[in-house]
Design a protein around this ligand. Structure first.
Ligand code: ZN
Length: 435
């Protein structure tokens, strides 16, 4: 998201003869971190300290062994979580103005659930449950149906929280509510507002409540609609394409990368698998020479390196493709997209949608896929940058705090989630996207 403000800003900066570099580089900090150097074989067993010791706080942080660093990040995450609760919930008089996970208080509930999983603190689970209850009332008449921006997120997270709290009655209540969600016929297909976003909520629910809470038949009907919709918009060489607000987006939030990501968690027929693979291959063939991905079909503007638009979101889709199909070409595409994130991904924002936190998840995802320490090293570099510099740069006005500075997708809520994920990097999952 945040496409419009970025566009407007970019326009203001464009000047005749103004180099592309100047325009691009003020979106991100130059990455001055040393890249990973494999240790000599004798030291491999210990596998630590890929950064050398230094005097300043950032290099000192980087040279910490993983247990010490993750303890530091976890403490910070819990402090951040308390600030997020205060700012988004307590100071608003516990009233819900925005019930979405994206910018609203459901994101706070999602973070509380993550904190509960990390610490087993039942107060976090209780508060999470209270917030979801308020979101349930606030979203009762909403026609939005997705996990990230709609009613399905409220009901699915409500059900999973109730299950963890051992509250059978509440679990059944949220499941019933979820099953009453109807998809409007003119619903788009993308992740934030469309069919893919509803399907993701079904997968989340089934994953966390066990088995076929949402039946395969129900999900199949939606998969059929998505496949049919994609084939109707097929482009030459690209069997599945979609439009949102008149544009054929490629990225995770509104585009084909996000839709393919969700489809790959479904039981697909052989011809559908082939279409998904060919669509992904089309994207690889038509990426920018830099390795980045256009935000939409036909766009020549190689600017955005965000989860929502550009290489980071696409990288996660290729990681998924590699995990599901096992093809080396998708492993390579994920690695290539990760290179763009390493060189241009230290964004001047903290969030997960279009900030450093979201881009850090790309390295964690690549680490999960390949087991290569290089990606852990890169994740650690971005994590330490966020911890050491993030809030200071925001207060100095050198970094954008996000339009909703405490939210899960645009603000420090997402950063707190990432810090909690750093404790066990092999299990890290991009919130509301990686299952
Ligand atoms: Zn975004």
């Amino acid at each position: 998201m945040s496409q419009m403000p970025d566009k407007a800003k970019a326009k203001n900066r464009t000047r005749p003869g103004g180099g592309k570099t100047a325009k691009m580089s003020d979106r991100f900090f130059p990455n001055q971190f040393p890249d990973y150097v494999p240790p000599p074989e004798a030291a491999m067993a210990g596998e630590e300290a890929s950064f050398s010791r230094g005097e300043d706080s950032l290099t000192m942080l980087l040279s910490l062994p993983h247990p010490a660093l993750s303890e530091t990040l976890k403490r910070s995450a819990l402090d951040l979580k308390d600030s997020v609760v205060r700012e988004t919930w307590e100071l608003s008089g516990r009233r819900v103005k925005d019930h979405t996970l994206y910018t609203g208080v459901l994101g706070t509930a999602y973070l509380l659930f993550k904190a509960y999983q990390a610490t087993n603190n039942s107060n976090d689970l209780k508060l999470c449950s209270q917030i979801i209850e308020a979101c349930d009332s606030a979203s009762a008449d909403s026609s939005r149906v997705t996990f990230i921006c709609g009613r399905a997120g409220v009901c699915a997270l409500g059900a999973v929280t109730a299950k963890h709290a051992g509250d059978e009655r509440l679990l059944n209540y949220y499941l019933t509510q979820f099953k009453q969600i109807r998809l409007p016929t003119d619903l788009p297909y993308e992740l934030l507002y469309g069919r893919a976003g509803y399907l993701w909520a079904c997968s989340f629910l089934n994953r966390h409540t066990g088995g076929e809470t949402i039946s395969a038949r129900r999900m199949r009907a939606v998969v059929d609609e998505i496949i049919m919709g994609g084939r109707r918009m097929a482009q030459k060489g690209c069997p599945l394409m979609y439009e949102w607000h008149g544009k054929k987006y490629w990225g995770a939030a509104h585009g084909v990368a996000g839709i393919m990501h969700v489809l790959m968690d479904m039981q697909l027929k052989q011809d559908e698998i082939e279409d998904v693979k060919s669509t992904l291959r089309y994207m690889i063939m038509n990426r920018f020479p830099s390795g980045n991905y256009p935000s939409s079909q036909g766009s020549n503007s190689d600017r955005l390196v965000h989860w929502c638009h550009g290489a980071p979101g696409v990288a996660l889709t290729f990681v998924k493709a590699a995990e599901v199909f096992g093809d080396q070409e998708f492993v390579q595409a994920a690695i290539d997209a990760g290179e763009v994130v390493w060189s241009r991904g230290l964004l001047k924002r903290v969030g997960i949608c279009h900030g450093i936190s979201g881009n850090t998840y790309v390295f964690l995802s690549l680490y999960r896929l390949t087991g290569d320490q290089k990606y852990l090293h890169r994740a650690k570099a971005f994590l330490c940058f966020l911890y050491d510099r993030g809030q200071r740069l925001i207060s100095e006005g050198k970094m954008h705090g996000g339009d909703r500075p405490y939210s899960l997708f645009e603000g420090i809520g997402g950063m707190a989630h990432l810090f909690l994920d750093a404790v066990d990097p092999s299990q890290a999952k991009f919130p509301a996207y990686e299952l």
